[in-house]
Design a protein around this ligand. Structure first.
Ligand code: C2O
Length: 578
């Protein structure tokens, strides 16, 4: 009896542990290692009355969550069983000294070829919160993505009331056709790519789309409880507004950084960003259900998917209330599609906690100042095609300081590490635009970009201030800029052209938000600061995938420091070859 009881309890504990941490766990010398296996495989998935074969992890869409605690080591074996090259990025993980595991194809690794595998091996240092993982090659992240959740160390509480339950809410975009075909066609014709056919919450489009009532995400709650929603925007090309009808959300974290809590009805989240919110349910059964909806925030000139994804917040019906047939369903009202005022007000409310336990270590003395313009542009049409479908018969392009990034055919990090950079990249990324123009005024006549694989080289531990200035070339537009390998502090932002004499006076060096992805305001600028304390090659790009495809990307090369713990570790033996 005793034996039996013990083994049942053990199985119970094991099942519980597996539910919370689906990975296989080993502990040694106080370090916990979690093993995951990602089989990349094709799977037929149907949404909005369209069935298609898509690339998935383990046949799941969205992909499985990765769970870990701060301080854990993760070993994720990715096996490629599909006819596409694959690489996976752990978005927001700092990858201290482990740049080989960062994932962007041709930046830190060659992609994993069909039939090959690679073990991503990294330790989560000094980070906790909601992050996510996604494919980082071409547009494959449209179906290859999932949550990456880092819990605080065992016994360390959140800096807010312990939630009753935690629920990931991951926004995505559904395309009826193959996204790989969409982007390759667009790059060939030079025009804008087709837009998505639906937005999704946890892979489900919801009742506002054709034949999708059964594909609706339902959040079932009890009254009088606090839920932690871990919001992730995994959409390819759209910033999103989100709201839950008749409920207030408390923002407590952004990009795995705790923030000073504040309440809001609605929030905005760019691709690449994550936001943790507390949802306090009504104290009594409300006799109603509530839509939670998301739709795009749009600043650009191009076409976009103007649809709305909805999920349902459903209260458990108390047993003393007779079963009701149809509850009224309340709908939230979201800001207008182009409501930049809302976005500005919202982002201005985000501040780091800046407490002794969670300090905001903003670099105070800046060693290197950079000024990068970002935006669209054009490149000439191939001779073979008579006219391209971009502006005036050209091809759409995009750039940083007018350099449109050319993806090399072998990985930059390897080239750097093995001293084989000759001809692959040049270490001369411009510190500011070659020519001054009124960046947000009337655009110049010549909108042609230049091309190159240029890196900005930084000695170890350089403190950097970077002004990112949107341009109005082919229309001003908000760009969610993402930096790999670091968090940065957003010390300032504004509209129009950055003024180096006036604007720095208003920088917040006390409690600025710290994050890995920032929305550069449409027709405006942001000022960010970071300390280059992580050796490696670090990609920086717009997280609107179409802009990345057009070249709105560059990379930083951070050199090794003198001490052993300031150097990039040697590459793993199974690092994929090109
Ligand atoms: Cu989430 Cu370089 O990406």
């Amino acid at each position: 009896m005793g034996e039996n009881f013990r083994s049942i309890t053990f199985i119970g504990v094991l099942i519980l542990a597996l539910c919370v941490f689906p990975g296989f766990v080993l502990s040694e010398n106080g370090v916990t290692t979690r093993h995951y296996k990602f089989n990349i495989q094709m799977k037929n998935v149907a949404r909005i009355c369209h069935t298609k074969s898509m690339v998935t992890v383990n046949g799941k869409f969205p992909g499985p969550p990765i769970m870990a605690r701060e301080g854990d080591r993760l070993l994720i074996e990715v096996v490629n069983h599909v006819p596409h090259n694959i690489s996976i990025h752990w978005h927001g993980i700092r990858q201290l000294q482990s740049g080989w595991a960062d994932g962007p194809a041709y930046i830190t690794q060659c992609p994993i070829q069909t039939g090959q595998s690679y073990v991503y091996n990294f330790t989560v240092v000094g980070q906790r919160g909601t992050l996510w993982w996604h494919a980082h090659i071409s547009w494959l992240r449209s179906t290859l993505y999932g949550p990456l959740i880092i819990l605080p160390k065992q016994g360390t509480p959140y800096p807010f009331a312990k939630p009753y339950k935690e629920v990931p809410i991951i926004f995505g975009e559904w395309f009826n056709s193959d996204p790989e075909a969409i982007i390759s066609q667009a790059l060939q014709t030079g025009g804008g790519p087709n837009v998505s056919d639906a937005y999704t919450i946890n892979g489900l489009p919801g009742p506002l789309y054709n034949c999708s009532a059964k594909d609706t995400f339902k959040l079932k709650v009890k009254p009088g409880r606090t839920y932690l929603l871990r919001l992730i925007n995994a959409a390819l090309n759209d910033e999103l507004f989100f709201s839950i009808a008749n409920h207030t959300l408390t923002i407590v974290e952004a990009d795995a950084i705790y923030v000073k809590p504040f309440e809001t009805e609605t929030l905005v989240i760019t691709p690449g960003q994550t936001t943790n919110v507390l949802l306090k349910t009504k104290s009594l059964f409300p006799n109603a259900s509530f839509f939670m909806t998301a739709r795009p925030y749009v600043t650009g000139q191009g076409t976009f998917d103007n649809s709305t994804v909805a999920g349902i917040l459903e209260y458990e019906i108390p047993s003393n209330i007779p079963h009701m047939k149809k509850l009224p369903l309340f709908k939230p009202s979201l800001p207008a599609l182009n409501d930049t005022n809302f976005v500005t007000n919202f982002t201005n409310k985000l501040h780091s906690l800046a407490t002794p336990q969670f300090p905001a270590n903003v670099p105070k003395n800046v060693e290197k100042h950079f000024f990068f313009t970002i935006g669209l542009g054009t490149s000439p049409c191939d001779k073979k095609i008579q006219t391209c479908q971009g502006p005036n018969g050209t091809k759409f392009s995009a750039s940083v300081n007018n350099v449109s990034f050319i993806q090399p055919n072998t990985a930059l990090l390897q080239a750097h590490y093995f001293g084989q950079s000759n001809g692959l990249y040049s270490p001369d990324f411009p510190i500011n635009p070659l020519h001054w123009f009124n960046y947000t005024g009337n655009p110049p006549n010549n909108t042609m970009v230049s091309n190159g694989t240029k890196l900005m080289v930084l000695p170890f531990n350089t403190s950097v201030e970077l002004i990112v200035q949107d341009t109005s070339i082919l229309g001003a537009e908000s760009h969610p800029l993402h930096l790999h390998g670091f968090n940065f502090f957003v010390v300032g932002q504004g509209f129009g052209n950055f003024d180096p004499n006036k604007d720095p006076n208003n920088f917040n060096l006390v409690d600025p938000i710290e994050r890995n992805t920032v929305g550069v305001p449409s027709g405006g600028w942001v000022a960010i600061r970071f300390l280059a304390d992580n050796p490696g090659v670090w990609f920086m790009h717009c997280h609107l995938e179409v802009h990345t495809s057009w070249g709105l990307k560059m990379a930083w090369l951070v050199l090794d420091g003198k001490l052993p713990n300031q150097k990039l570790l040697p590459p793993p033996a199974d690092l994929p070859k090109c």
